[in-house]
Design a protein around this ligand. Sequence first.
Ligand SMILES: *[C@@H]1O[C@H](CO)[C@@H](O)[C@H](O)[C@H]1NC(C)=O
Ligand SMILES: *[C@@H]1O[C@H](CO)[C@@H](O)[C@H](O)[C@H]1NC(C)=O
Ligand SMILES: *[C@@H]1O[C@H](CO)[C@@H](O)[C@H](O)[C@H]1NC(C)=O
Ligand SMILES: *[C@@H]1O[C@H](CO)[C@@H](O)[C@H](O)[C@H]1NC(C)=O
Length: 297
Amino acid sequence: MLVAIVSSRSAALLTLFGALVSPAFAVPVEPMVATPDGLRPQANIHAIPIGGSISHIGSDVHILAADGTVTHIARNAGTRSATAALAKKTKREASGWVAWTGWLNTGLSPVSTFTSTWSVPPVPVTYNSQLLYLFNSFFSYDAKAIIQPVLQYGVSPAGGAQGHWAVASWYVTATSGFHSSLVNVSVGQVLNGSLSLLAQNGSTYDYSSEFVGIPGTLLVVNNGPLLPGVSKTLETYGATRKSDYPTGTTVFSNTDLKLESGAAPGFVWNITNDAADGHTAQVNVAGATNGEVTIVY
Ligand SMILES: *[C@@H]1O[C@H](CO)[C@@H](O)[C@H](O)[C@H]1NC(C)=O
Ligand SMILES: *[C@@H]1O[C@H](CO)[C@@H](O)[C@H](O)[C@H]1NC(C)=O
Ligand SMILES: *[C@@H]1O[C@H](CO)[C@@H](O)[C@H](O)[C@H]1NC(C)=O
Ligand SMILES: *[C@@H]1O[C@H](CO)[C@@H](O)[C@H](O)[C@H]1NC(C)=O
């Protein structure tokens, strides 16, 4: 699992604070884990019960069981400082998005559906405790939230194991991560990652994420912020050699994106590649209907 990284300045402050309080006790550093939207405090990761949902209520996020009972209230404000400081200091590791295509919808009609299919890649030849994520997403560019059907390799905060690929839907806010059940998938299995806008009420939005046909992966978020960004992303942590990645490429195919108005928007994918990592995202078929993007490892 990921080890917490602390900037030298905050480390110095923590040391000073530790010395003032008591030289005998180290100040505990909040353990951080790598969600599919960067590092969040381990204590703020929550599994959503099957059939349950998430609801933004004021500045909190409620977790509801299938029968509507509130099972947990996650504070969604006031704890971001550690995360933000960390993200600034170690931006690349903190976000982990090494190759992705994105589009920001600035039009009046929100994106209502976004589906894409891809095959579970071969298992990487070497294991270095690396964590790989592949997903499509709806997200806000101001880092408020993201919803994403995620294929993972390795051990994530949702579980998993060396040598195994698994899927779950995630909803990650500035402070917390929420995930569906994690379900094992096999090499070569074709996945259909599906995102939908379920409803809009004033300035709040209900979204869902699931892998079509894989029970347990549905995640529903109610009363959340508008998520006007869309992406297809390779995100990685701890992979240091080429053999820590699958061989070949992953092709996101059958990409269909529709607006609430029913229209397929005209847009150009914005490509972001982290050159230092050597991975690239390439657009084979542009556009919102039957589009195709290849991730090269
Ligand atoms: C998923 O695979 C892992 C690793 O083999 C295994 O430990 C776990 O039991 C599997 N989970 C299910 C639900 O089959
Ligand atoms: C993926 O699932 C959606 C339903 O969410 C469906 O409309 C679409 O046809 C599926 N794509 C493929 C290629 O099967
Ligand atoms: C829509 O939002 C308003 C105010 O935020 C709330 O009073 C109302 O119950 C909501 N309607 C639905 C259908 O959720
Ligand atoms: C487009 O990609 C560039 C880097 O390639 C990035 O700096 C910029 O923020 C991206 N814009 C959007 C809207 O994603």
